[in-house]
Design a protein around this ligand. Structure first.
Ligand SMILES: *[C@@H]1O[C@H](CO)[C@@H](O)[C@H](O)[C@H]1NC(C)=O
Ligand SMILES: *[C@@H]1O[C@H](CO)[C@@H](O)[C@H](O)[C@H]1NC(C)=O
Ligand SMILES: *[C@@H]1O[C@H](CO)[C@@H](O)[C@H](O)[C@H]1NC(C)=O
Ligand SMILES: *[C@@H]1O[C@H](CO)[C@@H](O)[C@H](O)[C@H]1NC(C)=O
Ligand SMILES: *[C@@H]1O[C@H](CO)[C@@H](O)[C@H](O)[C@H]1NC(C)=O
Ligand SMILES: *[C@@H]1O[C@H](CO)[C@@H](O)[C@H](O)[C@H]1NC(C)=O
Length: 381
């Protein structure tokens, strides 16, 4: 992996900061009675080499297959030659034991936003897309469909999204009635905030009425708050940020404030961090000047890789109790990330807000289910 290229002197000691008391037990004790039920979900990237048979479903209730795309012009889900190699993978997802609820996710970070915009823009396009999603989901025995459109670009896209969700939901109800099967679930991964203002052109707000009425739940992606696109270090997924509104607390608050009930929100949690190359190794705090991404081309780094990096470089690890996030640094490399204790606090936050659950991006990035297990425990399992 890319990590190995920067490992020079392996040191066995991991230095912990004085602020790292959250590692100790008290924060893990449950203050509230366990809340069974709810959604403990994760996306499974089909391109990863992590096999479905290795997924430990004690920690998950729902697994999303990520991703499929609509084809240009027909807007049917693309099961072309190049996608056919994935067919066994769709079916592989049903071999996971114990069984979980499975959803087919459409779109994702690399999706063609123009194509989604076109698909949503006319009744005919939407109908053709919807029909195809149902067909593929039933053929491969998924229990639900998930839309991860990144991103609706303007207000028009947002109002077309409302129509899409309405027509989609109605089609699912009719299909369930006809097929005498349980209705397919309909969910959507959404921006961490109910209005998108920092990406693309101008602010546009999600259609919260349609989301409330037609989705089983929406999943705010509470991560990617900072990354290599900025020239200073910062946290991937701060729970709180006294100096800005780019935080999970603010984002979840904006969704609830805009009218989506807490019990329809499933909060995103990252199993990865973001790494920078520091301008000056002696300037290594949050907000330190950086010259670009470190380790990988986009600076993203899986949790299991971060543990290896920390161990092998003897990186200094710091817990920031304000942001509820970790960072580590060694030489000119700086990584902002989450570990068990911060994820535990975020799950406790989700519970205290009355949310429906949480989801991870993504399966295969944890270290032997360490974080997945702690999240499950914090939820009440
Ligand atoms: C994205 O979709 C649009 C609309 O169908 C198409 O014109 C464009 O070529 C696509 N872009 C890529 C990179 O495939
Ligand atoms: C719906 O999809 C099925 C399977 O792909 C196809 O046979 C049928 O023609 C489609 N119907 C419409 C109205 O698009
Ligand atoms: C369900 O199916 C029955 C018979 O096929 C039909 O009479 C009824 O209108 C359908 N209901 C819905 C909601 O589609
Ligand atoms: C979050 O949404 C609010 C409106 O609810 C908006 O004022 C703000 O600019 C949004 N923030 C981001 C980062 O998109
Ligand atoms: C980061 O620095 C580069 C090179 O100095 C500059 O081109 C870019 O605009 C900066 N990005 C931001 C977000 O400030
Ligand atoms: C955060 O948002 C609130 C309103 O929701 C606003 O009053 C405040 O100025 C914002 N803070 C920052 C730092 O942008």
């Amino acid at each position: 992996m890319a990590v190995q290229s920067i490992i020079t002197t392996p040191l066995l000691v991991i230095l912990m900061s004085l602020r790292s008391y959250a590692f100790t037990e008290p924060s893990l004790h449950r203050q509230q009675p366990p809340s069974k039920g709810g959604v403990r979900a994760a996306y499974w990237p089909a391109w990863s080499d992590f096999s479905t048979s290795s997924i430990d479903t004690n920690y998950f209730t729902h697994i999303y297959y990520a991703f499929v795309q609509p084809a240009p012009e027909s807007f049917n889900l693309e099961i072309t030659e190049s996608y056919k190699k994935w067919a066994p993978k769709y079916d592989g997802i049903h071999n996971i034991r114990p069984r979980v609820t499975t959803l087919l996710s459409i779109g994702g970070g690399g999706n063609n936003a123009t194509l989604f915009s076109e698909m949503a823009s006319s009744k005919q396009n939407r109908a053709s897309f919807i029909n195809s999603t149902i067909h593929v989901a039933r053929k491969h025995e998924f229990n639900g469909l998930d839309l991860d459109w990144e991103w609706p670009g303007d207000e028009k896209d947002m109002s077309n999204l409302a129509l899409l969700l309405k027509e989609w939901y109605k089609a699912l109800v009719v299909e369930a009635n006809t097929s005498r099967k349980s209705r397919l679930l309909l969910t959507s991964a959404v921006y961490f905030n109910s209005t998108i203002s920092l990406i693309g052109n101008g602010p546009r707000s999600y259609p919260v009425r349609a989301i409330r009425k037609y989705l089983d739940w929406a999943s705010p992606m509470c991560f990617d708050y900072n990354g290599a696109w900025a020239n200073e270090t910062g946290f991937n997924a701060a729970l709180y940020d006294p100096n800005s509104n780019i935080s999970t607390k603010y984002g979840i608050g904006s969704w609830i404030g805009s009218g989506v009930p807490a019990e329809k929100l499933v909060m995103g949690l990252p199993l990865y961090g973001r790494a920078w190359e520091l301008k000056d190794p002696n300037d290594h705090g949050v907000g330190a000047k950086a010259v670009g991404p470190a380790v990988d081309t986009d600076g993203s780094m899986d949790y299991d890789e971060i543990l290896v990096f920390n161990k092998d470089t003897g990186a200094k690890v710091v817990y920031d109790e304000v942001a509820v996030s970790f960072y580590s640094y060694s030489g000119t490399t700086w990584i902002g990330y989450d570990d068990g204790p911060s994820i535990t606090k975020k799950v406790q936050f989700a519970r205290s807000m009355g949310l429906k659950g949480y989801f991870f991006w993504a399966i295969g990035k944890d270290k032997d289910w360490t974080i997945s297990k702690q999240a499950s425990n914090a939820w009440g399992y």
